[in-house]
Ligand binder design. Structure first.
Ligand code: GLP
Length: 324
């Protein structure tokens, strides 16, 4: 390469680097305003949310496209699931090609544990709307949740056993996994979950709740806005909040979870954040008005072009600017 070529090569590299940073600066600065809908009660909030999801499924069906949905757990979306079940049955909606991804799961709880999110989804949605109970229902092979149980070798799928063997270079003799093996397999699963979302997605509508510390999924304060599905440590605040599901005993609440990252959530085409109850009023107001910051994960939603907040009147009580 002569010196003239050297120079133009240098400028090419320089402009590429500069435009990369410019794009990122603009991307991180671009702020959008979520649409806000306020409802008298949880029932009308759940009905409205279910109607939006049903309309999207119908719209996609007319266009010959399948729908990909992102589901959440917690007490907030329960009325949504009730309404969704009712409307699907009333309108005989065909869900046989619809794909679902759940946001998160506790580490260490088997799917048959009453507080696992797999159990929650079964109880509140899939027991009613999965095939064959509902003949037009979700096919089991289209339902995806992160898997948080990896205590024993027997908890792993054949592919996972193979991957573990390749990684650790030996055949497993003990049934219980070491903590190093467990951590590795959980992150392996998290990476695979992300790839699956990329392959089958994008998610058309992601439903979210919100934690009192502003977490979405289990993306706790400090989570990167570009993070993908990962294993996370739960904060004391979240474990305390969720102790109500575990006999009010924080000691029973798992310390870790596998969750979509904030970056994963932001890849969805549209997002509906639901909140209800006065205990969410402060965090909802902060989410909408505080500076966008990784310390308040839900503020990441203000960098997405299609976000709606479905709030009951109590969670909206600290907002002065919102109208239904
Ligand atoms: C958990 C879940 C979140 C959920 C939050 C709020 O921490 N990981 O996805 O949004 O709880 O739960 P609730 O709706 O019960 O207030």
């Amino acid at each position: 390469m002569n010196s003239r070529h050297n120079k133009s090569y240098f400028y090419l590299v320089l402009t590429t680097i500069l435009s990369f940073y410019a794009c990122n600066i603009f991307a991180s600065a671009a702020e959008t305003t979520p649409e806000i809908f306020i409802f008298d009660d949880r029932e009308s909030q759940g009905n409205a949310c279910a109607r939006v999801v049903i309309e999207k499924i119908k719209e996609n069906q007319i266009q010959g496209k399948r729908t990909v949905l992102g589901f959440a757990t917690g007490s907030t979306p329960i009325f949504f699931y009730n309404a969704f079940i009712r409307m699907v049955k009333e309108d005989s909606i065909d869900l046989s090609t619809t794909i679902t991804f759940n946001l998160d799961e506790y580490v260490g709880l088997p799917p048959n544990h009453s507080e696992s999110y797999a159990y929650f989804m079964e109880e509140h949605l899939f027991c009613e709307l999965a095939y064959p109970h509902y003949p037009l229902g979700f096919r089991r092979e289209h339902i995806f949740l992160p898997q948080g149980m990896a205590k024993r070798y027997a908890d792993l799928s054949t592919d996972e056993q193979q991957a573990l063997k390749i990684q650790f270079g030996c055949t497993h003799v003990e049934d219980s996994l070491t903590s190093e093996e467990e951590n590795w397999i959980l992150q392996f699963r998290a990476d695979q979950y992300e790839s699956l979302i990329d392959t089958l997605g994008p998610i058309d509508i992601q439903i979210l709740g919100i934690g009192t510390n502003g977490h979405i999924g289990f993306g706790e304060p400090g989570s990167s806005f570009t993070g993908t599905t990962m294993v996370v440590n739960l904060t004391e605040n979240t474990r305390r909040d969720n102790a109500r599901f575990f006999d009010n005993n924080i000691d029973f609440v798992p310390y870790q979870a596998i969750t979509m990252g904030i970056g994963t959530i932001l890849k969805a085409k549209s997002i509906i954040l639901m909140a209800n109850g006065a205990n969410k009023a402060a965090i909802i107001a902060q989410t909408l008005s505080s500076p966008i910051s990784e310390q308040l994960p839900a503020t990441a939603l203000r960098q997405h072009s299609s976000v709606s907040f479905f709030l009951d009147q109590y969670s909206a009580e600290n907002l002065s600017l919102c109208e239904q």
